[in-house]
Design a protein. Structure first.
Length: 268
């Protein structure tokens, strides 16, 4: 963790529209704390992605501070990556939003109170972080997950008997959801292939240049776990959750760990 921080540097404070609506008081408190400690402060109130892109592209030496939830942080990281500027300056975040929409920021070490997070943005330390990058330019900061394909649910009384029979066939006697036939390769090593369904695949918390890869077969008690730099998953039109956003369908995708790709300012 670098000792460099935002103290005395000019800041670009990006306030998400949802944060302004949901908790204007926390937004006001965060602005007051940042204004008192920054050498210069510019407030950005983007109403859409284009306005945010322009603000970030013309920020100059200003360090970005995001006031909002995890989606706001992810959106900012993705735009900076597309602009080729992700490694230029550390990001800071003041979390404002529903608790369920702040899980990623908590895992990354961002304080969950407006005052503590704003103070960390001013005098915290820069933490180097990895991310997952796929061949289409998609970014994952926390984790991606391919869940079991759920059994279809039929509606209407006249279909109930057939639906119950279909559900038993799909889920099996133990009641688990339908597995998917996926080929999973980690650094070229095959962990699962199409001849055996998998219950779930997840790739978590890239750090130190490697990610944790988990492959869980329905009949196994514990998932298979390996560490790898690159993961390729192939299958028939599967969907996946990337930082809780559902993406797909795709037939094959490769994610590669980008070591120390971005920096986040957190408490010392």
């Amino acid at each position: 963790m670098s000792a460099q921080a935002s103290a005395g540097l000019p800041l670009l404070v990006v306030i998400d529209p949802a944060a302004r609506t949901m908790d204007g008081e926390s937004v006001r408190i965060a602005k007051d704390v940042l204004r008192a400690g920054a050498s210069s402060l510019k407030i950005c109130l983007p109403d859409n992605g284009e306005e945010l892109q322009r603000a970030l592209a013309h920020r100059g030496r200003r360090r970005p501070v995001v006031i909002g939830d995890d989606h706001s942080l992810l959106r900012t990281v993705r735009i900076l990556h597309l602009q080729g500027a992700l490694g230029e300056a550390a990001l800071s975040m003041v979390p404002v939003g529903q608790r369920s929409a702040l899980a990623l920021s908590r895992r990354l070490g961002v304080p969950q109170s407006a005052v503590a997070a704003a103070r960390a943005a001013l005098d915290g330390a820069d933490r180097d972080l990895d991310l997952l990058l796929d061949e289409s330019g998609g970014i994952v900061l926390g984790a991606l997950r391919i869940p079991s394909r759920p059994a279809p649910v039929a509606k209407g009384n006249w279909l109930e008997r057939g639906a119950r029979s279909l559900a038993r066939t799909l889920t099996g006697a133990n009641g688990h959801a339908l597995g998917q036939r996926l080929r999973v390769e980690a650094d070229g090593v095959v962990l699962a292939d199409l001849d055996r369904p998998v219950h779930e695949v997840s790739v978590r918390s890239p750090a130190g240049g490697l990610a944790d890869v988990y492959v869980h077969h329905p009949e196994d008690g514990r998932p298979l776990r390996v560490r790898a730099q690159a993961v390729t998953i192939s299958g028939r039109d599967y969907r996946y959750h990337a930082d809780e956003s559902l993406t797909g369908p795709v037939r094959t995708r490769t994610w590669t760990v980008q070591a120390d790709a971005w920096r986040l300012t957190v408490p010392r």
